[in-house]
Design a protein around this ligand. Structure first.
Ligand code: 13P
Ligand code: SF4
Length: 337
């Protein structure tokens, strides 16, 4: 890749933050890192999967696969390389390892957590199971392997409504996202489906910041505005949105709208940047809410991990936990079909 090629792909991104402003000089500085990472990928039989929230230079410069957590977990089952470097957060790397135990899965970055995944442990789920012995335990994919191992079915933001509806039970404990749980309940109520959903109190610290006043303000300023939000947002936000879905579903929705449409994307700013370079004729307002965990991925730490992977950067799972967690994910593939 040349500097001009890289610059041509990045130059249409114009959010306010300095972090997301690309100049030719910046591309020139990044290029040696990008080229070395791409060389090493080949030499070290490594594939890079990147979530849409990581920095655009990772997605456009070095990633082989990009998407939402469900798509990436499916991609992870199809790759032929012996090593998967997951540029995202730890729970996504764990999901790749659960599905591909024979692969070496690497996660770079100093902050690999997630406010949702960190809000509950497997031990807490096992305690809850004693309190709700009759309930089916459903976990969001944003959980550790240990939590998945303690639950019955996993869901993603893209398939949660379908799976909850299809589950042959009306007693569900949903962990850990309280707001997503409230969105599920609202959706079931709207469709007249009676199910009791017991909620935990986890939250995504990025998505919980959006509120209906923000939507009202931007709507008043932008006629024809399409508001697109993630199910990790408040139910009040979901109610006022034109579309609610996973990051992958948002991408598809935006693609189908006419050019010149203004959008307010209520999700992490990386998706906004991705949409700006994929749809230069559409208008994207906000969002500049940044996930510190996703944004702690950088070309520098990806390269460092490829050069000298630290022990903590290899995902290692206890085999009994992995097998139990895989059962929970397999149940998701079964109900999502
Ligand atoms: P998606 O599955 O929609 O990509 O969401 C993952 C996530 O972490 C949202 O905050
Ligand atoms: Fe977790 Fe929220 Fe970051 Fe997604 S955006 S990885 S849910 S903290």
């Amino acid at each position: 890749m040349t500097t001009d090629e890289l610059y041509n792909r990045l130059k249409s991104i114009q959010p306010g933050a300095v972090l997301c402003t690309y100049t030719k000089e910046k591309c020139e500085q990044m290029l040696p890192l990008i080229n070395e990472i791409n060389e090493r990928k080949k030499d070290q039989d490594t594939v890079i999967l990147a979530h849409s929230y990581v920095a655009p230079e990772i997605i456009l410069g070095v990633a082989d696969y990009n998407g939402d957590s469900f798509k990436l977990s499916e991609d992870a089952t199809k790759v032929t390389q012996k090593t998967i470097l997951f540029s995202a957060v730890r729970f996504m790397g764990e999901t790749a390892k659960i599905l591909n135990p024979e692969k070496d899965v690497l996660i770079p970055g100093p902050l690999t957590g997630c406010s949702l995944a960190d809000s509950i442990t497997g031990e807490e789920v096992r305690e809850l199971r004693k309190k709700y012995p009759e309930h089916t335990f459903v976990c969001y994919i944003n959980t550790t392997a240990d939590v998945k191992a303690a639950c019955d079915v996993c869901v993603t933001s893209g398939n949660v409504m379908k799976i909850i509806e299809r589950l042959p039970t009306d007693k569900i404990v949903f962990v850990p996202d309280r707001l997503m749980g409230q969105n599920i309940q609202a959706d079931l109520d709207k469709r007249g489906i009676k199910k009791e959903i017991v909620l935990h109190n986890g939250c995504c610290y990025v998505h919980e910041t959006y509120d209906s006043e923000l939507i009202d303000f931007f709507r008043s300023q932008n006629p024809g505005l399409k508001v697109v939000s993630h199910p990790e947002c408040h139910p009040g936000v979901a109610l006022l949105s034109d579309y609610v879905g996973s990051t992958g579903q948002m991408v598809n929705y935006i693609k189908e709208q006419p050019d010149e449409t203004p959008f307010l994307l209520l999700t992490e700013c990386g998706l906004n940047a991705r949409m700006q370079y994929e749809h230069p004729k559409k208008r994207f307002i906000g969002s500049c809410s940044m996930c510190k965990y996703m944004k702690s991925n950088s070309l520098e730490n990806i390269l460092e991990t490829l050069r000298h992977p630290e022990k903590a950067e290899h995902v290692e799972l206890d085999e009994s936990v992995r097998v139990a967690a895989k059962k929970c994910i397999d149940a998701m593939f079964y109900y999502a079909k």
